[in-house]
Design a protein around this ligand. Structure first.
Ligand code: ARG
Ligand code: ZN
Length: 876
């Protein structure tokens, strides 16, 4: 932890380092509690640095064992070493070789940053600032060095020794020890350094790149899990091929290894040639993983692999540029998944995620720009805004400048900045050049926080045959930003005629116009001709811009679009809007008569046409979540009323669509053995969403059918879907099924996470007590991030009524877990605390209870910079 926690880091303060390191030799002797690291760096003054400046290297909790320059030990008055900084007062004016030795305790490293142990395996996590917990170093992404790593260990404890790059040497040593030397020829920042030592099993394969390079692929897992790696390996090979075809990016080493570990703060890490993964995103078998797990594995394997170009070969100049690699790489993995699966369904899933996480973030006290300009703790900026909105901004750019210019801009970026530590300005300049246009207004997407609101009003003139669309944009104030400028918002659209077909888009002079309106002023009016009858406007097709839309579409228009819009995304959006409007009203105690029937009719239409795309139908049948409804309400949210409104609608649909829903089980049953492919997954998704709606009635005969499906399922997707339905209905069936699931997977922690999360989400008064009891279940472990996220995170983010109990006990529980976890693992604690991010939108009673809980956290002495930063922003 840094001692300068109170001083924020500002983008405007950036300056080049005074010293750079061009080469590093690391000599690591692994030991459970006393691992010795000797780092020999070739150091040189930076050409643009301050001449004669002292050398200052970062550290975090380090102890210096020895220090030498060009082989000569330094006199004690020539340097100062504290746990978080090494200063050499008067370093040589020219290049020199610095050797520092540190000793660290991986076993005691519960933060899971730097070098730590996970189930006996030594592994590392260096992004963002973990390398400084291993050795003193200029731990910033604009210092690029060539790394050679020698790892030595007791052979029995760590038969496997892995590093970045290619293996150049390995051998046995006396006393049952051995070593391996890895060399990575590509200069890289320290955050991409990794090493692994442990007793692991490996699954191997190979890939031949388009230019003929033979790459040895390895996935390392705990012994006995080898049979769970096939899907990840397949996804890796598909990613490697796709990146060549879609972006011309070819792999550049002879080896690509992935290691799955069970203690990991995030999803995975793109270390050069040695990706380290949360095992949740590697391991899958039909009996252990759901279709959603398979899709997540595919996406994250691809994401980390794609970083090899967007992140590693072109890295970030500083951490303010995080979206340069993350937003772009999310965009790329979304495109990959769209090509592997159904593009429309992937788009819907991504927008759902964006709205539930990013829109919520943007609407609350933690809102920040895609490219922040100030931070206290960088670990708190691995956010939905940087990742998901960062990807949306690139997608909007593509709509704005067109496919050809976009591809040319990407090619230019990859060619021009290969080997650089770049900025977002560098990136956007490539598209400005390739597209031949000024993108300075577009750049506001990176600088202004908050979700832009776009209002749309239409007017039809039957006599003139014109249809006029007036658009306006509005930007609410967000933390630190009160005055905002109008942005450039590309809105794809169509005008849908009575027959359900898109009409030609003609301006007032009858000339054909493009199917995108670019809103780049506070307000804009566009008039179309050739409309003797009123068309229905379908706007922001494909969710072309990440904005919140307010339209004047009537319920009848929405129902029409739901059935006819040529844009699948907007067909889905129309149903969501119809349902959301109804549910927001109902949550406030005003229901419009016939509202539920209109939704039922739209869903009946979806069910009848489901064969065209079952996965799409499954998305369309999924009602807006409680969080979706709360977000639309914006303020004075009563989570109990939201739940009740949603429940009432479900009961209505369960009754009115009962037979139709039941028939889907037969119609879309997946024949033969389980296969995770998108088409089969889509059929299962449809059947299971229908099962949930059908059983919502709580009718005992229906629940008996669900119970039978649970018992008879031959794959995790169907088994867990049935269990999730049963979990909604109190009684013996539920408890028996939960116990059976627990027993079946008693040795499989990753699967029991599902079991923990499911119980944490039960919307009943008894759930908090259940969660507290589960803290003592052997399936739970406070020190493991996956367990914590499943049980405590599942409760705080997946259970709106119980986390927001009117007595505040849910808030108090979370505050307690956060303060307990903080000393051990600040990153995970800070992440859990973000469940409060929408607290200001709650109704008064809950709002003051949430504030009290946050104030209790804020009052704890010795909080980590991570939690301190979140709680301060949350309360400011
Ligand atoms: N770069 C990783 C990714 O692709 C995330 C690592 C974040 N780690 C952290 N400690 N903040 O998503
Ligand atoms: Zn990433």
């Amino acid at each position: 932890m840094r001692s300068d926690q109170a001083t924020p880091v500002k983008l405007s303060d950036y300056r080049v380092p005074d010293h750079v390191v061009t080469q590093v030799h690391l000599d690591v002797v692994l030991h459970p509690t006393a691992t010795r690291i000797r780092a020999t760096s070739e150091v040189a003054p930076h050409r643009q640095g301050r001449a004669g400046a002292p050398l200052v290297f970062d550290g975090d909790g380090l102890m210096l064992a020895s220090i030498a320059i060009d082989g000569v030990a330094l006199a004690t008055d020539a340097y100062a070493a504290t746990p978080d900084r090494l200063t050499i007062h008067q370093p040589p004016r020219g290049p020199f070789r610095l050797t520092v030795e540190t000793v660290i305790d991986p076993q005691a490293n519960t933060q899971l940053m730097g070098l730590y142990r996970s189930s006996g395996t030594w592994c590392t996590q260096c992004e963002a600032e973990g390398f400084r917990r291993i050795t003193y170093f200029p731990d910033r992404p604009d210092v690029l060095a060539v790394y050679t790593t020698r790892i030595e260990a007791e052979k029995k404890a760590a038969p496997v020794l892995l590093g970045n790059g290619n293996l150049v040497e390995a051998g046995d040593l006396p006393d049952g020890r051995h070593y391996a030397v890895w060399h990575d020829p590509h200069p890289k920042p320290s955050y991409l350094f990794a090493l692994v030592g442990g007793d692991l099993a490996v699954v191997t394969d190979s890939f031949t790149t388009r230019s003929g390079r033979e790459v040895a692929l390895g996935i390392y897992v705990e012994h006995g899990k080898e049979d769970r790696c096939a899907y990840a390996m397949d996804a890796l090979k598909r990613s490697m091929r796709w990146d060549e075809e879609a972006f011309g990016c070819e792999y550049d080493l002879d080896v690509f290894n992935i290691v799955a570990v069970s203690d990991f703060n995030m999803g995975a890490m793109e270390n050069k040639g040695l990706n380290i993964f949360n095992d949740k995103y590697v391991l899958a078998l039909p009996d252990t993983a759901t279709d959603q797990d398979y899709a997540a594995i595919e996406a994250i394997i691809a994401h980390e692999y794609f970083h090899n170009w967007t992140g590693n070969r072109i890295t970030c100049r500083d951490w303010f540029q995080l979206c340069l690699k993350e937003g772009l790489t999310v965009f790329r993995d979304q495109e990959f998944s769209s090509d592997m699966r159904s593009r429309a369904v992937k788009r819907i899933a991504d927008v759902r995620l964006l709205k539930s996480h990013q829109f919520a973030e943007d609407a609350g006290p933690l809102a920040h720009p895609v490219r922040p300009e100030i931070y206290h703790e960088i670990n708190n900026f691995y956010t939905a805004t940087v990742y998901e909105k960062g990807a949306e901004v690139i997608r909007a750019l593509k709509v704005l400048i067109g496919e050809t210019a976009f591809r040319a801009g990407m090619d230019l970026y990859l060619a021009r900045h290969d080997g650089d530590a770049a900025t977002v300005e560098d990136f956007i300049a490539c598209f400005a050049e390739a597209g031949g246009r000024d993108l300075s207004q577009f750049f506001l997407w990176y600088r202004q926080s908050g979700t832009p609101e776009v209002s749309v009003a239409t007017r039809h003139d039957a006599v003139a045959g014109t249809f006029t669309v007036t658009l306006s944009q509005r930007h609410r104030p967000t933390p630190g930003q009160t005055d905002k400028q109008p942005m450039v918002i590309p809105l794809a659209f169509g005008l849908v005629g009575e027959d359900g077909r898109d009409r030609p888009l003609l301006d007032e002079d009858g000339r054909q116009v493009a199917a995108v309106i670019t809103l780049d002023e506070p307000q804009k009016t566009v008039t179309f001709s050739g409309h003797p009858t009123r068309p229905v406007l379908s706007i922001n097709r494909g969710f072309s811009a990440p904005v919140a839309l307010k339209t004047d579409l009537t319920a009848a228009d929405l129902a029409f679009l739901a059935g006819h819009d040529g844009d699948a995304y907007n067909r889905w959006q129309a149903i969501q809007s119809l349902a959301t409007e109804h549910l927001v009203g109902a949550s406030r105690g005003n229901t419009r008569p016939g509202g539920a029937d209109a939704i039922a009719a739209a869903l009946a239409h979806v069910i009848d046409g489901a064969a065209a795309d079952p996965a799409f139908a499954a998305q369309a049948l999924t009602l807006p979540s409680e969080a979706d409804i709360a977000r639309e309400m914006g303020a004075e949210v009563d989570p109990a009323a939201v739940f009740a409104a949603r429940k009432t609608l479900k009961l209505h649909l369960s009754a009115s669509l009962g037979d139709r829903l039941a028939a889907l089980r037969e119609r879309f049953a997946t024949p033969g053995p389980y296969s995770p492919d998108a088409a089969s997954a889509g059929r299962r998704a449809l059947v299971n969403v229908a099962l949930d709606l059908w059983a919502a009635s709580g009718d005992d005969a229906r629940l008996a059918v669900v119970e039978a499906r649970f018992a008879g399922a031959d794959n995790m997707t169907d088994r867990f879907a049935a269990l999730a339905v049963l979990a909604q209905h109190p009684g013996a069936r539920r408890e028996a099924a939960l116990a059976a699931f627990r027993e079946r997977y008693r040795t499989d922690a990753l699967i029991l996470d599902k079991w923990l999360a499911l119980q944490a989400a039960i919307p009943e008064d008894g759930t908090l007590a259940r969660v507290e009891a589960l803290l003592a279940d052997p399936a739970f472990a406070m020190g493991n991030p996956n367990r914590l996220r499943a049980l405590v995170g599942g409760f705080a983010t997946g259970n709106a009524t119980q986390f927001n109990r009117p007595d505040g006990a849910g808030y108090a529980f979370l505050a307690r877990v956060v303060t307990d976890t903080d000393p051990r693992n600040p990153q995970v604690a800070a992440r859990l605390l973000q469940a409060f991010r929408s607290w200001r939108a709650l109704e008064g009673g809950r709002r003051s209870l949430a504030r009290a809980a946050l104030e209790r956290v804020a009052g704890v002495a010795g909080l980590s910079p991570d939690v301190r930063d979140i709680v301060d922003r949350m309360l400011s």
